[in-house]
Design a protein around this ligand. Structure first.
Ligand code: HBI
Ligand code: FE
Length: 282
């Protein structure tokens, strides 16, 4: 790629200025709509650490957050920063940022007619979904470790395996808390419909997290998950951040890829799903 191909203002690490002053009243209103319906839902659904992070950050209903203000608080707590990007960035660019405790967040916000689904990560998914947990020291280290591991996995040609771990933890993870199952995955907490589906619906499987098992399991990018993996507590991710994945990559590569809804005899099941939601579409 040539420098001259970049959109105006884009730097070679793919970051852009957030240009907070340029958001329109309509864009702030989309944020408000999303924020309000999601906040109501997440009391009693999102894990304690997510709710605590949200309370401590300058994230409010009326305006799209200004990254400069987020960064003052975030930097002080865990040394993370949010940087604006136009949307999806290449894997190696994404990992390089994470490895340096910079979280690339979509600068744009979805349109009012796309409230429930869009392909690219926007500022609502990235800031509302991911940033609260970046206030937590465990998640802060875990996501950085994913960036470092991502660069390594890419060189070894095993990025698919690592990406599944990210997907089933950071994006779609559930955690066992003393008062029940809770959400911590950003893809769920930023989605109105999936926040309900993942916890309350009879359709999906809920399975105890197992690292090798997750590496082996394909996922859905365009619909609710057929299986959610449940960690004991966030400390389980801290262990993962300090685990060398290399020996596992070799083992898992020798096994067949599992389809998203497949269950194994050795799975520790919390819920065996009925599969009704996805079966109705097949
Ligand atoms: N870019 N902005 C952005 N956000 C992501 O979550 C992202 C990305 N590029 C690549 C990527 N995710 C994933 O495909 C990797 O985690 C494998
Ligand atoms: Fe995400």
């Amino acid at each position: 790629m040539h420098l001259s191909d970049l959109p105006p203002g884009q730097r070679d690490d793919w970051t852009i200025d957030q240009q907070w002053d340029k958001y329109t009243p309509e864009e702030h209103q989309v944020w408000k709509t999303l924020f309000e319906r999601q906040s109501k839902l997440l009391e009693g659904r999102a894990c304690d650490e997510f709710l605590a992070g949200m309370r401590a950050l300058p994230i409010a209903p009326d305006k799209i957050p200004d990254f400069r203000q987020l960064n003052e608080v975030l930097m002080q707590h865990t040394g993370w920063q949010v940087v604006a990007v136009p949307g999806l960035v290449p894997d190696e660019v994404f990992f390089e940022h994470l490895a340096n405790r910079r979280f690339p967040a979509g600068q744009f916000i979805r349109r009012a007619d796309q409230l429930d689904y869009l392909q690219e990560p926007d500022v609502f998914h990235d800031v509302f979904g991911h940033v609260p947990l970046l206030m937590n020291p465990i998640i802060a280290d875990y996501i950085q470790a994913y960036g470092v591991g991502g660069l390594r996995a890419r060189e070894k040609g095993v990025l698919d395996l690592l990406a599944r771990v990210y997907w089933y933890t950071v994006e779609f993870g559930l955690v066992q808390q003393k008062d029940g199952l809770r959400l911590y995955g950003a893809g769920i907490v930023s989605s109105y419909t999936e926040s309900i589906f993942a916890l309350d619906d009879a359709s999906p499987n809920r399975v105890r997290f197992d690292l090798a098992r997750v590496m082996q399991t394909d996922y859905r990018i365009d619909d609710f998950q057929e299986t959610y993996f449940v960690i004991r507590d966030l400390d389980e991710l801290l262990q993962l951040a300090h685990t060398d994945f290399a020996p596992l990559y070799a083992q898992v590569q020798a096994r067949p890829v599992l389809q998203p809804g497949t269950l194994l005899a050795e799975d520790a099941l919390l819920t065996r799903g009925t599969g009704s939601y996805h079966n109705a579409k097949r």
